[in-house]
Ligand binder design. Structure first.
Ligand code: AMP
Length: 259
């Protein structure tokens, strides 16, 4: 309904010679609109405050990069399964020793080790809001996760195999601080050394071309069935990860609004 012109104006303004008639019904309509907007923002804030997200996608699609940016923007706990495992290997724990050979060859670490590790982490640290990067990677892991936590959204980052091989085989990691560089896309100022802490850069065993191809094969066979698994649960959103990280992040953030 348009404003009721028969209603007496509650104010009349003259701006640049134009007379504006503000009626009570007009005011009511506007304040209703403002109220709806405020409620919508409140709803978004409430949802943002307790999000449980999974980042899916092939190795090298940029899950780690997007997860870090998203964690900053949404104040979420970023849990990278690969980082946790690499830490266990570096600390020489039992689990690290068992996981190392699987990781170096690009194979998945057995489900029972992974599931136990995640359950312990969520319980011990009482984590309620999180984004998983690199977990779950099999249907068995997803089923176990469903028993211990609900999920709000699954973001599938899509990328082509050739872009992935190029991206991962050029990746170099700092031995000391873990900073990431790329021989072509983001070279360090001094070849072979970290810009931040000056320590040596190295190529991860699983970033060598043979291991990357194996990881992609493993991804297609064991992890990609999760796309349908979460599609059926109406939780999945697909995001093109071939664009710049900032653009991918914006698209991810948009996909989370109004969930
Ligand atoms: P990422 O850094 O996420 O690519 O993980 C590196 C390696 O860690 C993988 O190639 C696997 O060997 C192992 N890994 C990471 N996450 C998982 C998982 N959820 N299940 C089994 N193995 C995993």
């Amino acid at each position: 309904k348009g404003p009721n012109m028969n209603m007496p104006p509650c104010a009349t303004l003259t701006i640049c010679g134009m007379r504006l008639r503000i009626t009570y019904s007009n005011l009511l309509k506007r304040s209703r609109r403002v109220g709806i907007l405020i409620l919508r923002y409140l709803k978004i804030l409430i949802i943002w405050a307790k999000m449980k997200i999974i980042l899916l996608g092939p190795p090298g699609a940029g899950k780690g990069t997007i997860a870090k940016l998203l964690a900053e923007r949404r104040n979420l706990k970023h849990i990278s399964k690969g980082d946790l495992l690499r830490q266990a290997v570096a600390n020489g724990t039992d689990l690290g020793l068992k996981a190392k050979s699987f990781m170096d060859s690009g194979k998945l670490v057995p489900d029972d080790l992974i599931i136990g590790m995640i359950e312990a982490k969520l319980k011990k640290e009482k984590i309620n809001d999180f984004e998983f990067d690199g977990f779950p990677r099999t249907i068995a892991q997803a089923d176990s996760l469903a028993k211990i936590s609900s999920i709000d959204k699954v973001i599938n980052l899509t990328d082509s195999d050739e872009v992935i091989v190029q991206r991962l085989s050029g990746r170099r990691t700092c031995r000391k601080c873990g900073a990431i560089f790329h021989v072509k896309n983001m070279p360090p100022k001094k070849a072979g050394f970290c810009d931040q802490c000056k320590a040596e850069l190295f190529q991860r065993e699983d970033d060598k071309e043979e291991a990357i191809r194996e990881r992609l094969k493993v991804y297609k066979k064991q992890t990609s069935p999760l796309i349908d698994y979460y599609k059926k649960k109406k939780l999945l959103v697909e995001i093109n990860a071939e664009l710049r990280a900032e653009v991918v992040l914006e698209n991810v953030l948009k996909s989370l609004v109004g969930v």
